[in-house]
Design a binder for this molecule. Structure first.
Ligand code: C2E
Ligand code: MG
Ligand code: MG
Ligand code: MG
Length: 294
């Protein structure tokens, strides 16, 4: 089926050539990107970076989000927004996604050995990955082999990934939750979701999309939306992370609303593993994640 979809995409790509050279070029680039991405895993060109998630009261780092980077030999570092869509379309996101989980588990174990025994590792799961037929089995196998504290592994899903088939989502999340994993709702506010389904799913955390966060200083509507998301989430007993916090003003606003955690350039950008270890040992050292109680 993946193959068929890939061929179908290829057909669409070629037929465009007759109508518009612009589309033909874009289509050609897409195909080349997909072909190169196919090799990227094997050639070791993929890498995880880690962005700290900081407790709002400044008591330390509660966790890190694992973010995929592609170090392309010619193009340089390719941003995920550029290649994740291609990986989704071609189905490559499935093997890549499992590689990401394996890497995250490996770092999680390393962190535990270093004494960061409460540091949460969050991994993004895209639509196609989540709907892979063998998702829960494969996840189970990876986690079992990695021998990690499953309480510390969190999966980030978007509203659309979960709402496409709420019954399926319910079943998968319950199964994975029974292994100890937890779930975050990513980019909240940008998709469509049914609150009743949200309430029924074992989601412990809501991440407010950065498009709202970055407007709270200038846009009153964004303030109301952020405020509503925080109070709704809290009333459903879910923690809230604000994404994309860049300024002291945004931080002050979120702090006043009792948002639980902050993720953004204001504190730290995504960074390679070695830099993260330096960051954790630096002036921001993570008392909370080391001793527990986040
Ligand atoms: P996301 O899951 O919403 O991740 C947060 C994005 O916001 C990251 O972009 C991060 O670098 C960026 N960000 C964090 N703080 C700030 C800030 O203060 N300002 C700004 N302007 N941006 C900030 P990134 O790393 O480029 O990733 C983009 C998206 O690609 C992610 O959005 C996620 O949807 C996807 N992605 C990344 N890694 C993976 C992966 O391993 N698997 C899958 N399926 N998707 C991934
Ligand atoms: Mg995310
Ligand atoms: Mg997000
Ligand atoms: Mg996003």
């Amino acid at each position: 089926a993946n193959r068929a979809m890939f061929e179908a995409k290829r057909d669409t790509g070629t037929s465009h050539r007759y109508f518009s050279s612009h589309f033909a070029q874009a289509g050609g680039r897409q195909l080349q990107l997909e072909a190169e991405l196919r090799d990227a895993l094997r050639k070791g060109e993929l890498e995880l970076h880690f962005q700290p998630r900081v407790l709002i009261n400044g008591r330390g780092v509660a966790g890190v989000e694992c973010l995929l980077r592609w170090n392309h030999p010619v193009r340089g570092r390719v941003a995920p927004d550029e290649f994740i869509p291609a990986a989704e379309r071609s189905g490559l996101i499935v093997p890549i996604g499992y590689w990401v989980i394996e890497q995250a588990c490996m770092r999680l174990r390393e962190a535990a050995v270093l004494g960061y025994s409460e540091l949460v590792f969050a991994v993004n799961l895209s639509f196609r990955q989540f709907h892979d037929r063998r998702m829960t089995d494969t996840m189970f196998r990876i986690i079992y082999n990695a021998n990690i504290d499953t309480r510390l592994l969190e999966l980030e899903l978007t509203e659309s990934a979960m709402m496409h088939d709420p019954d399926y989502a319910q079943r998968c999340l319950r199964e994975l939750h029974s292994l100890g994993l937890s779930f975050a709702l990513d980019d909240f506010g940008t998709g469509f979701s049914s609150l009743s389904h949200l309430q029924n799913l074992p989601i412990s955390l809501v991440k407010i999309d950065k498009s709202f966060v970055q407007r709270v200083e200038s846009d009153e509507d964004a303030q109301h939306i952020v405020s509503a998301i925080i109070s709704l989430s809290h009333s459903l007993r879910k923690k809230v992370v604000a994404e994309g916090v860049e300024t002291a003003g945004q931080l002050a606003f979120l702090s006043a609303l009792k948002c639980d955690q902050i993720q953004g350039y204001y504190y730290a950008r995504p960074m390679p593993w070695a830099d993260l270890l330096d960051y954790l040992e630096g002036p921001h050292r993570i008392i909370a994640a080391r001793r527990g109680g986040h």
